[in-house]
Design a protein around this ligand. Structure first.
Ligand code: ADP
Length: 457
């Protein structure tokens, strides 16, 4: 980087309005508590904003926000936007569906609009990295709501489809790239590329070695932000390497199932599951779209067949289906052409379908985060949703995490589930084993230095 003459650029655009300037530290603490208990770590974080106008976005953005029904900032947006707008690196942790996308998009547009217009085939200025193409597509869609009125170009770059088309699109020039890291690395050679990049967003746990390969190519004085639903240890190391003096903003201690989702867990025999599923479908299918989670591709295809035989038109979504078909399946599901889908967790990551009324875990999720993620496909944007989970006696080892998820989201724990777990624990104890939760969640935030470590504990 020492040999490259980078153009200078600005990244601090934030001007605190008088109404916020007047707030005392006590006012700020009370307001953060009101915003679902925001926790801020790191020095010099701006106060959370209350209205869109307070973050200093343009009229075009304000009217786009209004047009799309985004009345006021969500908690993560209220705190992360002024922090990123002031040019700081940031880690934002908030559950799925909490509005993280707009939290980085609005400062990003301000950042881009401050730079000179790109010449032909120049760019990008901002790179957004996501772990899956579904999430990349969803972020692209959200981004276009604003980039269009601003006259900015977004290209979505992901593996599995024609690379040449994506290269051609990049060559025409774009300010913003949303990508999965693998495909982005393949394409780095295609475009003189990263010289103009001043703004990086890393969204949830992508593979850190791939993320690093991209980050290492970007100028060191860039602005970098990371957003995630949880903050596992593996991400801490990455954060330490790519962020400079970051602010950490955490909403909610850990991701929990949203209170708009009514959760049911049934202890059930393997042979009874299919009939029970039909019964549940009979109850909800008229009311909206349904997604049924299984653990493996083979199980998705087998269940799909059984459902078709039972006269339920249905699709399946998993990693074994080629990209073209996956896109069209997701499309059909989103636009309601087909309203019943059997899927694996990975394939459905990031899927945002407003009319999704019901999630059925036909195979029990094997860790806390997966349960929360699956249940979080429903109950989005203030709509009511339902989640049913089947757990067999053989799967008792997962019961602890499910119980925790129910408790943390304030849902009642069914007595059969509690009993199942209690007898498992007794048995393990009798055998001299210790119970370890299968979840890898560490429950701790990113630490900046030892003093803060001490303060946080
Ligand atoms: P996350 O990335 O945290 O999972 P998203 O950014 O995908 O969440 O937002 C979830 C949903 O909420 C999306 O449908 C989005 O359009 C909507 N949304 C985001 N911000 C707001 C807001 N301020 N007001 C109303 N709806 C919002």
């Amino acid at each position: 980087h020492g040999k490259i003459q980078y153009e200078s650029y600005r990244k601090n655009f934030y001007v605190e309005v008088p109404e916020l300037a007047r707030m005392t530290q006590d006012d700020v603490n009370a307001y953060r508590l009101e915003l679902e208990g925001i926790i801020v770590k790191g020095k010099g974080c701006p106060k959370p904003i209350k209205t869109w106008v307070q973050c200093g976005v343009s009229m075009k953005i304000l009217s786009a926000l209004k047009r799309h029904g985004y009345e006021k900032p969500t908690p993560i947006q209220a705190q992360a936007i002024p922090a990123v707008m002031s040019g700081r690196d940031l880690i934002g942790i908030a559950k799925t569906g909490s509005g993280k996308t707009i939290a980085f998009l609005l400062p990003m547009f301000r950042h881009i609009m401050d730079q000179r217009p790109l010449e032909e085939s120049e760019g990008p200025i901002s790179v957004i990295m996501t772990p899956t193409r579904e999430l990349a597509l969803q972020i692209t869609k959200e981004c276009k709501k604003f980039s269009k009125p601003l006259g900015l170009r977004v290209v979505c770059v992901y593996g599995g489809t024609g690379i040449s088309e994506q290269i051609a699109e990049l060559k025409r020039g774009a300010e913003i790239i949303v990508c999965t890291p693998g495909r982005m690395i393949d394409m780095l050679g295609a475009n003189s590329g990263d010289r103009k990049v001043t703004n990086l967003v890393v969204f949830t746990h992508g593979s850190s070695s791939q993320v690093m390969r991209i980050v290492d190519n970007v100028r060191p004085d860039r602005q970098t932000v990371m957003f995630s639903a949880t903050f596992p240890r593996a991400m801490e190391a990455l954060a330490r390497r790519i962020l400079a003096k970051p602010i950490e903003v955490q909403v909610g201690g850990r991701s929990v199932v949203c209170s708009d989702v009514e959760q049911h867990v049934l202890v059930i025999g393997e042979d009874k599951k299919f009939l029970k599923l039909l019964e549940i479908l009979g109850h909800y299918q008229e009311k909206g779209s349904v997604i049924i989670f299984v653990d493996k591709q083979e199980h998705a295809d087998a269940l799909l067949k059984d459902l078709m035989k039972a006269s339920y038109p249905c699709m399946s979504l998993h990693g074994g289906i080629d990209q073209y078909d996956r896109d069209s399946i997701i499309n059909d599901f989103k636009n309601g052409a087909c309203r019943l889908m059997v899927a694996t967790s990975v394939a459905a990551r990031g899927l945002d379908v407003k009319q999704l009324i019901l999630v059925v875990n036909y195979n029990c999720p094997n860790h806390y985060e997966d349960y929360v993620h699956r249940a979080g496909r429903t109950g989005r944007a203030g709509n009511k949703g339902f989640a049913y989970t089947f757990i067999t006696e053989d799967q008792v080892r997962y019961a602890g995490d499910i119980i925790k998820a129910l408790e943390l989201s304030g849902s009642p724990v069914p007595p059969e589930l509690e009993q199942l777990w209690a007898s498992f624990k007794d048995q393990q104890k009798a055998e001299g084993k210790t119970i370890k939760s299968s979840s890898g969640f560490s429950g701790k935030g990113f630490k900046f230095d030892e003093t803060e470590h001490a303060l946080a504990n």
